[in-house]
Design a protein around this ligand. Structure first.
Ligand code: SF4
Ligand code: SF4
Length: 362
């Protein structure tokens, strides 16, 4: 049975649907393109699955035009799971050799470095050795290790102030493998997940900073038959549990707009925890027109920034405008990739940990 066979019902539902979720797909909205709507992409997949269409370059491009945000599912009467179904077609593009360039180069980097960025993670992790006892082993995710070490520092400072000190775990040198999954290299992803599960055998719990990694461990691994024994929780979740130990400080006199990152919100159902943290730290939280399960996407998932970089930035620009329509409202998110996308779109934004650090140190 191929990966696509497992999603046959999902392709069929969409192909025969009167496009009930037509307004929900951030990629289709950003490109004004019907063929990149949820319906368009899934119909193309249905035609390939039923042998009525070749998996040509334009179909390969279409199935990569998805961030895996899950927003379409929130508007679907069948609760159709579209992202994983489209990622399964990506596996076929790897086999047929017409994978888009950005996805192929991500795979090539991963094969050489065991992460999507290139630098050796073990050396970066070693630089975070903690001098004082920690309560929670922290798994920052390779994006923060390589591109945003400041965010790790912020998290360590905030966790200490909340009485829940975290220190970077040596396990952090292992990428969760999401890029393999999103690039359609699913056999390699399964092997990688199994190796991570074996390495994590003796680790009872992990506080995971990047919601994409937490989602991969908790949701995607089981879909590939890999169950971690480790109790994986997000940093946001752990901090919210320890909010009663946070310092008693006045709120910062700021209004922020909160972006529900897709993997944290729709992926893990964590909508309230970041809002509780934020409402302690700032004067007001501006809510966009579409939030929680219907919230927009920052364009950072599903390798879209690698396969369709300009579209990904346009998705981020539109979401930033919805979350913070006015200049004096700052975008805040608990996802390092979303923050980077908003900044690429020209909108100043903050990570929740940076904002909490300013608050605990005020
Ligand atoms: S996700 Fe649901 S609503 Fe959207 S096209 Fe598919 S079946 Fe229709
Ligand atoms: S998962 Fe997100 S990006 Fe993918 S088709 Fe659905 S709404 Fe569009």
């Amino acid at each position: 049975m191929s990966a696509m066979d497992r999603h046959e019902q999902a392709y069929t539902y969409c192909a025969f649907c009167p496009k009930l979720c037509r307004f929900s797909c951030p990629v289709s909205e950003a490109t004004h393109t019907e063929s990149l709507s949820t319906w368009g992409k899934m119909t193309a997949a249905h035609l390939v699955a039923t042998g009525k269409r070749e998996l040509d370059d334009s179909t390969a491009r279409a199935v990569h035009a998805c961030t895996g945000c899950g927003r379409c599912k929130s508007f679907c009467k069948h609760e159709n799971t579209v992202g994983p179904a489209l990622f399964a077609v990506r596996e076929q593009t790897v086999k047929s050799g017409n994978q888009p360039k950005g996805a192929a180069s991500t795979l090539s980097t991963f094969t050489q470095a065991q992460n999507p960025f290139g630098p050796e993670l073990a050396a970066l992790v070693a630089s975070w050795r903690s001098e004082t006892p920690v309560r929670y082993p922290l798994f920052p995710g390779c994006s923060s290790l390589v591109k945003a070490p400041q965010l790790i520092e912020d998290t360590i400072v905030v966790s200490k102030a909340f009485g829940a000190p975290m220190g970077v775990s040596r396990m952090a040198s292992r990428c969760c493998g999401y890029p393999l999954y999103a690039a359609g290299s699913h056999d390699a992803f399964r092997d990688h997940a199994r190796a991570n599960a074996a390495a994590l055998e003796s680790v009872p719990e992990l506080a995971v900073l990047d919601p994409g990694c937490a989602y991969t461990f908790k949701v995607v691994y089981p879909e590939f038959g890999v169950q971690l024994k480790t109790n994986v929780r997000t940093v946001v979740e752990v901090l919210e549990e320890n909010l009663s130990h946070a310092p008693q400080k006045p709120e910062l006199p700021e209004t922020v707009g909160y972006h529900d990152a897709c993997h944290l919100g729709r992926g893990l159902g964590q909508y309230d925890q970041p809002r509780k943290l934020l409402s302690r730290a700032v004067f007001a939280v501006h809510e966009a027109a579409s939030i929680r399960s219907e919230g927009g996407c920052s364009g950072g998932g599903g390798l879209l920034p690698r396969t369709m970089p300009e579209v990904a930035v346009e998705v981020a620009r539109r979401q930033a405008m919805e979350v913070a329509p006015e200049q004096d409202i700052k975008v805040v998110t608990a996802c390092p990739t979303s923050k980077r996308m908003f900044e690429r779109a020209g909108k100043k934004s903050y990570d929740l940990m940076a904002l909490l650090r300013r608050w605990v140190e005020s």
